[in-house]
Design a protein around this ligand. Structure first.
Ligand code: PGD
Length: 778
């Protein structure tokens, strides 16, 4: 080891979804410095140094032995087989031939290119854009995915009942307004900083903690509704209402019931700005089913005292109240309901459209909410045109692969799952993001070929037939840009590519060359030329506003560029409140739809025409008495760089840490620091346990993102020894309306693990076997 620290001139500007930083590769490894203008830098930056040259990185192209020997086809050996290391040219020839075969004999409708995933921050090497552009130019399209694992239910219900989803989340109440105007923040599911500190494309200023601090200092009350005390930071000084997970809609109904029963609801607002109150009120008061949705009704459902519910409702009356609903609440069965009902509660309080008040749906769920938008166009790579046009709601991937040709419902339509032969993934990790991983393994066993570009040996890469090593962001140049962050960043190269890793762009360009579509894919540009090309759009936007508009070379040299932002004007909600006739919402009625003819017309029992309490199919009881909250991790983004230092340091005995209440632990003879086994009928995993009072009794919490690590991959239901909760979660849609991801909540039992502790092998690369004879001779 050397001891020479890098000097200032050696630091390069760079960016990530979790923060802007400078980095230099010194004799002792990578050194990271957070952006000096960031008031609250994200600790996840510390994952980079150990990750850069970690053995979990993929060094060479690899091909699964069974695929090489037997050719494409369904195979249960995926994830269980050996890998063979191959030369780039050899593997690209094989892959180009396979893409041609599938394209020519089955068409783009047999290729799944949805390739969901967060990948890295740069706007050019954005893996999803690259793969989509490649498939569009090479074979005319692919089966796409719509919506996200993040907001699958909300993004479908909101346009029917509230209007523009992007405006609701990105052009509404800002953190500045919270800091200066809000009197009560009623946060269903909280606003955990670990989520708010991340923004796709990069983030230079983490403003949430200081904003909550300022609001609190001014006297704003924060009320956290949810089973986890940690879902609001200490700075908010929040009162904690620990309801049963998944029961927020019942609580909101009871709050509105109390307001109505006591004449505290804002009738004037409801009459002027909403439609369908009468139908909803009949349900609320029990005219339809004989059951008023009052506090006494909600108490046993939510696990709260009826009087506490009534007192909370009274407290909200006459105040500048901001109701927020975390994305997490809609990532569960019937996830559409809390999103819709949150708006009804805010409407009943009459606060929508006021500064710092109303409905801040998902405020705090991610770093580009609650901020001002940039006022110049973004540098965005065109994905070209998908001439095929078929798609699935993103979280239905396993259903699609397991049930080709089967009908399913989505957003009022009956659609048919396509028959997929080739799945191509770049920049995502379905063995992180999808539910019921044992089912996903079955689904991936059905295809002819699974191709993955990855920088590290994730379980997705281990289940692939062809694994191509991708560069990590630090190993290439790019532009960091997020729609609501005022700093555009020249992401300068910090290190040479690891081993034989190549940029996704170069891989797709090489494949395009073999398929005869290189000119359409590359347009004759090198990566650097593409950056200059993408930058030009933003530069022109600046010039048109008469602002300093440096050329690309000057931008690159400077390392970053400050961008102008739109005013903090409350967006369409403020305009709507000021004049609903001149500024109607983009819903069928132009108003907030408390009853929706459109949604009712779809006839889905799982999502009726007004918000309602729909008990989940799977609730704690019997063999699975505990709720499991499988939420976002605090020490990494999703599963990214789980092998990095910050993520590793937070594990105990190398496992992910689950949290349990002391009463639940004691009832099972479990002590803090023990290894526990979490299980249900779908699977089982190990985790280390933290026993603490900051969780509601009856609830266990295990974050997502620990890499899936099957003890014996040959088994059908192997034990994950590392703590990936998605072996336990249920693979169903939120409803037949949105078909969103329901990974946040499931039911489990927990026991102390007393066996020999299996080793963690998730970060050991597979052993590369020599190529079989016929190919070696080629
Ligand atoms: P990441 O870990 O970010 O997870 O799921 P997502 O698949 O986005 O995966 C990105 C992958 O891309 C990583 O493996 C990384 O190494 C790789 N990568 C990074 N940069 C590059 C690149 O330049 N090129 C290539 N080829 N690869 C790259 C996230 C998803 O998980 C989301 S958004 C949510 S909100 C969901 N949340 C939950 C949840 O709350 N609960 C459960 N149980 N499950 C969830 N899953 C969802």
């Amino acid at each position: 080891m050397g001891n020479k620290a890098p000097n200032a001139a050696e630091f390069r500007q760079h960016s990530s979804h979790w923060g802007v930083f400078k980095a230099a590769l010194g004799e002792d490894g990578l050194v990271i410095q957070a952006h000096p203008g960031d008031p609250d830098p994200n600790g996840i930056l510390d994952n980079f140094p150990a990750a850069l040259r970690h053995p979990a990185r993929i060094a060479r192209p690899m091909v699964r032995r069974g695929w090489l020997e037997r050719g494409p086809g369904p195979d249960r050996q995926r994830g269980r087989d050996e890998f063979v290391a191959m030369e780039w040219d050899q593997v690209l020839d094989l892959l180009a031939a396979e893409i041609r075969r599938v394209g020519e004999s089955h068409g783009p409708g047999a290729v799944y290119g949805g390739s969901y995933g967060w990948a890295s921050a740069g706007r050019f090497h954005h893996a999803q854009s690259q793969i989509h552009r490649f498939l569009n130019t090479a074979i005319g399209g692919y089966v796409a995915s719509v919506n996200s694992y993040s907001s699958g239910a909300a993004s479908v219900i909101v346009p029917h009942v509230l209007g523009n989803y992007e405006a609701l989340t990105k052009h509404n109440v800002t953190w500045d307004q919270v800091a200066t105007q809000t009197e009560v923040v009623l946060a269903f599911g909280g606003m955990a900083l670990k989520n708010a500190m991340v923004a796709g494309g990069g983030i230079s200023e983490h403003v949430e903690r200081p904003a909550m601090q300022a609001a609190r200092a001014r006297g704003c009350d924060f009320i956290l509704v949810g089973p986890l005390r940690s879902d609001l930071p200490e700075e908010a000084g929040a009162e904690w209402i620990a309801n049963v997970p998944g029961t927020d809609t019942a609580l909101m109904l009871a709050l509105v019931h109390t307001l109505v029963a006591e004449g505290l609801h804002d009738r004037g607002f409801i009459d002027r700005f909403t439609t369908g109150w009468a139908e909803f009120e009949r349900y609320l008061l029990g005219a339809a089913d004989g059951q008023p949705k009052d506090a006494a009704w909600a108490a046993p459902i939510t696990g709260l005292e009826a009087e506490a519910i009534r007192a909370l409702a009274r407290r909200l009356h006459g105040k500048r109240v901001l109701v927020t609903v975390a994305h997490a609440l809609q990532r569960a069965e019937h996830g559409e309901q809390p999103v819709w009902m949150g708006a009804v509660l805010a409407a009943a309080l009459g606060q929508i459209g006021l500064p710092g008040g109303g409905y801040g749906y998902a405020l705090g769920a991610i770093g580009y909410y609650g901020r001002r938008a940039n006022a110049v166009p973004s540098p965005t790579l065109s994905q070209g045109r998908n001439r095929h046009g078929n798609y699935i709601p993103v979280a239905r991937i396993a259903d699609m692969l397991l049930n080709p040709g089967q009908d399913y419902r989505y957003n009022g339509q009956t659609r048919k799952y396509p028959d997929i032969r080739l799945v191509y993934w770049a920049g995502g990790n379905p063995f992180h993001h999808h539910q019921d991983l044992n089912r996903l393994r079955e689904a991936f066993a059905r295809v002819d070929t699974l191709v993955v570009h990855e920088l590290a040996w994730t379980a997705t890469a281990r289940h692939a037939d062809i694994v191509l090593p991708a560069t990590m962001t630090l190993e290439r140049e790019d532009i960091g840009y997020s729609s609501h962050d005022p700093l555009m960043v020249a992401m300068q190269r910090v290190a040479a590519p690891y081993a034989e890793a190549r940029d996704d762009y170069d891989i797709f360009a090489a494949l395009s060359r073999r398929l005869g579509t290189e000119a359409a894919f590359t347009e004759g540009r090198s990566s650097r030329e593409w950056l200059a090309h993408l930058y030009e759009r933003t530069r022109q936007g600046l010039a048109e506003k008469g602002l300093p508009a440096p050329d690309f070379e000057a931008f690159w040299e400077a390392g970053s560029l400050a961008l102008p932002q739109e005013p903090d004007d409350g967006g369409p909600w403020r305009a709507f409140r000021e004049d609903p006739d001149a500024n109607p919402l983009p819903t069928p009625s132009g108003r907030i739809e408390i009853f929706s003819e459109t949604v009712a017309g779809f006839g889905e029992a799982s999502c009726p025409g007004h918000p309602a309490w729909l008990p989940p199919e799977e609730a704690p009881g019997g063999a699975t008495p505990l709720h499991l909250v499988a939420n976002q991790p605090a020490t990494r983004l999703h599963s990214q760089l789980d092998f990095g230092g910050h993520s590793a340091a937070a594990k105990r005995r190398e496992r992910e840490v689950a949290t349990m209440h002391p009463a639940d632990a004691a009832a099972r003879g479990i002590e803090d620091g023990d290894i526990i086994r979490l299980f249900n009928k779908r699977g089982a995993c190990l985790a280390a346990v933290r026993v603490a009072e900051d969780i509601r009794p009856g609830v266990v919490q295990l974050p997502t993102g620990a890499w899936y690590d099957p003890e014996d991959p040959a088994e059908d239901f192997p034990l994950c020894v590392h703590g990936n909760p998605n072996v336990l979660t249920r693979d169903i849609g939120t409803s037949s309306l949105a078909q969103g991801c329901t990974g946040q909540l499931t039911v489990v039992e927990v026991e102390k693990f007393t066996g020999n502790l299996p080793p963690i092998r998730a970060f050991d690369p597979p052993v590369a076997r020599p190529a079989p004879q016929p190919l070696a001779a080629e």
